[in-house]
Design a protein around this ligand. Structure first.
Ligand code: ATP
Length: 221
């Protein structure tokens, strides 16, 4: 399902960054915060920004929250407010509710409430940065499940000019290069004879272990 309209509750660092980026991507965003200053800061950037207490049902009704495809509760410190705003969005019938959690316990409560997606920004960013620090060629990665990952890996200099057949990640480690992002454009589902160059980025899919071994072979290359 493609979402076009987002309501973000809480315009702190996470909520405001999310809102700005969704606007950059061309989506409509309503921002709600009880802090007038935060709302003021974003009033010219978001589609609409209103000062309101999102723990009050009437308030969420009056801003038309139920008409939004996706609601993001980006309140952290005030766990009670986070939970109340989440329940209200769900009760109002917002199709997809995403909430930020600041601790495991907070996340478990949100999970019990049937939140569609729980985000742990600090924890996840810490994990991501740790991976990038120990693997200089790892540009980004997405965990598909507990065991499977998609990783973006920079091509090491010494692989420039080599074909996928030469590098042979599937034969050596069991993971597959599903795309090569070249400065001129993306090659999706590349062939064995496609050649890597220095500024290319490989998009690799596999189990965590396979990706790890492939990464190590790059670091040692
Ligand atoms: P961040 O790390 O994203 O800056 P945080 O985890 O520190 O945020 P808070 O500061 O508690 O989380 O909340 C984020 C925003 O949510 C704040 O701007 C705060 O004013 C707003 N907020 C908190 N409670 C409510 C509420 N009941 N209704 C509307 N906005 C709220």
């Amino acid at each position: 399902m493609k979402f076009n309209q987002f309501v973000i509750i809480g315009l702190g660092r996470f909520g405001s960054s999310l809102g700005r980026e969704l606007i950059n991507l061309g989506y409509e965003v309503l921002g709600v915060d009880r802090d007038e200053e935060k709302v003021q800061e974003l009033s010219n950037i978001l589609t609409h920004a209103v000062v309101a207490d999102a723990t009050e049902e009437e308030v969420l009704r009056s801003v038309g929250a139920r008409n939004f495809d996706c609601g993001v509760v980006a309140i952290g410190d005030d766990i009670q407010a986070s939970i109340l705003a989440t329940i209200l969005l769900k009760e109002l019938g917002v199709k997809k509710v995403v909430a930020k959690a600041v601790s495991d316990l907070h996340g478990r409560v949100l999970e019990r409430m049937g939140v569609d997606r729980i985000i742990y920004p600090e924890r996840d960013m810490g994990v991501r940065v740790a991976h990038q620090l120990v693997s200089p060629n790892l540009l980004d990665y997405i965990e598909l499940s507990k065991n499977y990952t998609i990783a973006e890996l920079a091509v090491p200099n010494c692989w420039s000019g080599k074909s996928l057949e030469d590098v042979n990640p599937r034969g050596r480690f069991g993971c597959s290069i599903v795309a090569i992002n070249k400065p001129k454009g993306m090659i999706i589902a590349p062939m064995a004879e496609d050649v890597l160059a220095q500024d290319d980025v490989m998009v690799v899919i596999g189990t965590n272990d396979q990706i790890e071994q492939f990464q190590q072979s790059i670091t040692g290359a």
